[in-house]
Design a binder for this molecule. Structure first.
Ligand code: 8YV
Length: 328
C-alpha cells in the first residue's frame, strides 16, 4: 500500500514521477488561501509532507495524525516546530550541502553590488542619466583587500570565507559559537568576539541560522559598534536583525550601506523604508534560487522523504535523536 504524501512546493516532472512511483501524491500548487484550504483538507491522510516556506506549527500538525516524516526543501528549519515534531516522533529532514555554494555566491553578489553601487548606477544608465564621466559622487568602495567579517561559521560561512580569502585577498575575521581551528588554518582567519568583529570589519556578513539565541542578535547597540564606512550583508534570516534599528542606522549613515536578501517579513512590504534608501540593495530571498540548486534541493528532499517512509534513515535528519539506530 503506497504511503500518502502531500507536496506543497512544485516539483519538476522527473522528481514528481520519482515520488509518484513510491507514494500517492497530492500536490498543493501554492500557499494561497485556497491552497491552504486544500492543504488542510489533505493533511488528515498524509503520512509524508514535502515543501518549504510554510510555518509548520502544532496547529497544522494536529490536522495530520498519520504524519511520519516532513522533508523541507531548505537548509533553514526555523519554519518548523521541531520540539513538537519530535514529540510526535515525526522525522524532519532538510537540504544543507546542495545549496552552500550557490548561497555563498549570493552573498558575494551582494557584497560586490552594494560596495560598487551596481544597482543604483545601472538604474542611472537605464534611466538615460549617464551624461558625463562618473565622478566622486558616484564612486563606490573597494572589496579586494578589505576585512571580511563573518558572523556564523557554518557551511555557508566557510564558502563565503573561501571566496573572500582566495578570490579577493580579504583578511578574514569571524564570530561563531566556538572557534574553528580548521577554518583559521585554511583561510588565515581570526576568531573574535561579536563586538570586536562589528568594530573592525569592513564587510559584516550574517550567515547563521535563525534560532531563539540569534533572534534579534543585531540591534541598535550592534549597529552603533559598526563603522560609518562598513557595509552590512544579510543572507541568513531577516529576524536575526532588528530591522527598525538597521533602517535608522542606514538613514543616519551610521553604516555605509546594506545588501539584504532576507527580511523580517517576506515578501518585503512595498512601502518599506528600506526601499527608499539608495544605500540599500534588496533582493527577494534569492539565496539558493538557481535552476540547478533548487532542483538539487528538491531531489535531496524527495530522497529524504522516500527513505523515511521506507523505514530508512534520511541523509539529512534535523531531529536525529528520533532515529532508533542512533541509540545503538
Ligand atoms: C529558500 C533558504 O528560502 O534553504 C533555505 O533555508 O532560505 C532558501 O534556500 C528555501 O530553500 C525555500 O525555498
Amino acid at each position: 500500500m503506497k504511503k500518502q504524501v502531500v507536496v506543497y512546493k512544485k516539483l519538476s516532472p522527473e522528481l514528481m514521477a520519482r515520488l509518484q512511483a513510491q507514494a500517492e501524491v497530492t500536490l498543493i500548487e501554492d500557499l494561497s488561501p485556497a491552497g491552504m484550504q486544500r492543504l488542510r483538507q489533505a493533511l488528515p491522510r498524509a503520512q509524508g509532507l514535502l515543501g518549504a516556506s510554510l510555518r509548520l506549527d502544532a496547529e497544522l500538525l494536529d490536522l495530520a495524525p498519520q504524519l511520519e516524516a516532513v522533508a523541507s526543501v531548505s537548509v533553514g528549519v526555523d519554519n518548523y516546530d521541531i520540539d513538537y515534531l519530535s514529540q510526535r516522533r515525526i522525522l524532519l529532514s532538510n537540504t544543507p550541502d546542495v545549496l552552500t555554494e550557490t548561497t555563498a555566491d549570493t552573498g558575494f553578489a551582494l557584497i560586490l553590488a552594494t560596495a560598487r553601487r551596481v544597482v543604483e548606477l545601472a538604474t542611472l544608465v537605464r534611466a538615460g542619466q549617464w551624461n558625463s564621466n562618473i565622478g566622486p559622487r558616484h564612486f563606490g568602495s573597494d572589496v579586494h583587500g578589505k576585512t571580511l567579517g563573518i558572523i556564523g561559521m557554518g557551511r555557508i560561512g566557510e564558502a563565503l570565507a573561501q571566496r573572500g580569502h582566495f578570490g579577493f585577498g580579504m583578511p578574514l575575521i569571524y564570530h561563531s559559537n566556538s572557534p574553528k581551528p580548521a577554518v583559521e588554518a585554511r583561510f588565515n582567519a581570526r576568531y573574535c568576539s561579536l563586538e570586536q568583529l562589528l568594530q573592525e570589519a569592513d564587510f559584516i556578513c550574517l550567515t547563521l541560522p535563525l534560532t531563539a539565541q540569534t533572534h534579534g542578535l543585531i540591534g541598535a547597540r550592534e549597529f552603533e559598534l559598526m563603522r560609518p564606512e562598513s557595509i552590512f550583508i544579510n543572507i541568513s534570516r531577516g529576524k536575526v536583525v532588528d530591522e527598525g534599528a538597521m533602517i535608522e542606522a542606514l538613514q543616519q549613515r551610521k553604516i555605509r550601506a546594506a545588501g539584504l536578501d532576507v527580511f523580517e517579513r517576506e515578501p518585503l512590504d512595498h512601502d518599506s523604508p528600506l526601499l527608499q534608501l539608495d544605500n540599500v540593495v534588496a533582493t527577494p530571498h534569492i539565496g539558493s534560487a538557481t535552476h540547478e540548486t533548487r532542483e538539487a534541493m528538491a531531489r535531496c528532499a524527495v530522497d529524504n522523504l522516500l527513505a523515511a517512509l521506507a523505514g530508512q534513515r534520511p541523509a539529512n535528519l534535523v531531529n536525529p535523536q528520533l532515529w532508533p539506530q542512533a541509540a545503538g
